[in-house]
Design a protein around this ligand. Structure first.
Ligand code: GLY
Length: 258
């Protein structure tokens, strides 16, 4: 079955993005857009059908499409992002997902960012970040329990989103930064720690059996390779200044219809 990767263009306003844990520094739109092109090319090389949906030039964070939806095999949940500046991003994403999945929509007052939802098989963890609420996690339970998903919340420290700190690997293990999220949360799930010099390396994007790593994390990539994973790399350093990682820039799912 073809694998779709929905993306959105980098908006020229990206330098006005939300920042939570990073200090603001100049961001080059041209450089960010060029890196984003290479990111999309990497996804194509890994077998994805990349569909770039309409941009929103006045939404500085709109390239970070992951936060607007959670796409599972059975349905998709359109989120209500925690940052008020991002709530206008969801409608165009919902429209783009309509041919592919039955949609649920998170309702106010709760909030949820897709970057806070980690999935390992039928287990989901929702990061209790500044963006996602326990009520948001409870709404996921309501939508997803009928499909057999078990949802837990996860405390985190010093990370914008849960997936800033931890990513699911192709074989059910997780890659994590233990300073940001406690490995004991993932009971029964074994983990690989990021290299201590690369605290932001916990966000990697898995496509099939390949782990796409940020070029800024060569030592963590080495750890993954010596643990037997196939890896690829992409430079996303300009997008990282906007506090976005590799998973943030796409929604990847199998092309099945509702
Ligand atoms: N700048 C990414 C975010 O705050 O959502």
């Amino acid at each position: 079955m073809p694998r779709i990767a929905l993306t959105r263009p980098v908006p020229p306003s990206i330098a006005q993005c939300e920042l939570t844990h990073l200090a603001r520094e100049p961001i080059s739109f041209e450089r960010a857009a060029a890196q984003h092109d290479l990111y999309e090319a990497a996804l194509r090389t890994l077998g994805c059908q990349v569909t770039r949906i309409a941009g929103q030039p006045d939404h500085p964070d709109s390239v970070f499409i992951e936060d607007t939806a959670l796409v599972l095999d059975e349905c998709a949940v359109i989120t209500r992002p925690g940052a008020a500046s991002r709530r206008g991003e969801v409608d165009l994403v919902a429209e783009a997902l309509t041919p592919w999945r039955a949609l649920h929509r998170l309702e106010a007052p709760d909030t949820l960012d897709g970057g806070d939802v980690l999935r390992v098989g039928k287990r989901l963890w929702v990061g209790m970040s500044s963006r996602s609420t326990a009520g948001g996690a409870a709404q996921l339970v309501k939508f997803l329990a009928p499909f057999g998903y078990r949802v837990s919340t996860a405390a985190l420290t010093g990370a914008l989103h849960l997936k800033t700190a931890v990513s699911a690997l192709p074989d059910g293990r997780v890659l994590l930064n233990p300073a940001m999220v406690g490995p004991s949360l993932f009971d029964g799930t074994s983990h690989i720690a990021v290299h201590p010099d690369e605290p932001m390396a916990g966000n990697v994007l898995v496509i099939g059996d390949t782990v796409l790593c940020p070029a800024s994390a060569p030592r963590t990539r080495e750890r993954l390779e010596s643990s037997g994973y196939a890896t690829a790399r992409v430079d996303a350093s300009e997008l990282a200044k906007a506090e976005g990682g590799l998973t943030c820039c796409s929604l990847v799912f199998d092309a099945r219809t509702p």
